[in-house]
Design a protein around this ligand. Sequence first.
Ligand code: MD3
Ligand code: FE
Length: 203
Amino acid sequence: WQEPLADGAVILRRRAREQADALLAAIHDIAAKNPFAHRITPGGHRMSVAMTNCGDFGWSTDSRGYQYTEQDSNSGHHWPPMPALFRELAQQTAHEAGFAGFNPDACLINRYEPGAKLTLHQDKDEKDLRQPIVSVSLGLPAVFQFGGFERGDATQRVLLEHGDIVVWGGPSRLRYHGILPLKPGIHPQAGAFRYNLTFRRAF
Ligand code: MD3
Ligand code: FE
């Protein structure tokens, strides 16, 4: 059940549904070692989305800016390895969407609580912007916004639900995008949260 969203962007609706329990269990293991944290942006704002990472590199932000690092600055530990289940799902779905050979070295794990949001932004901290990003949504649904190549461009809205995977590449890789404030609810497998995995090639 594959639909193009925009040039280079494909949504694979419910693609991860059968693996969802295993993905959630792996998220909990990762968070037991490297807990979810609300980072402070360079502008001094506490992010409403809590984050952790797995893989060789993890994305985070602090007063110095946005960066990929090998260590979690909160725990001082390396990020946990990317589980084989994560890597294989990202590689296979990128391939299904037309991006053969994708090999992520970073997986950012976002956790949304009711009211949490991500304002419109571009993902451009990665070295090679020809590499796609694979995103996996789990738990409560959220309204995803995607726009154009400038912040003020018109936006479209898409509901992202439990198990949905989106592959963003080609010209869509630099589109502005964000998540509207999460509505409260209880998901049978994920409880009061939405989780989103984004697989990236950072370096
Ligand atoms: C479109 N995450 O972590 S996933 C992010 O649901 C991020 O947590 C959102 O935006 C979330 O940076 C959206 C969908 C997504 C991810 C990366 C993209 C869409 C994208 C990169 C380029 C264009
Ligand atoms: Fe993003």
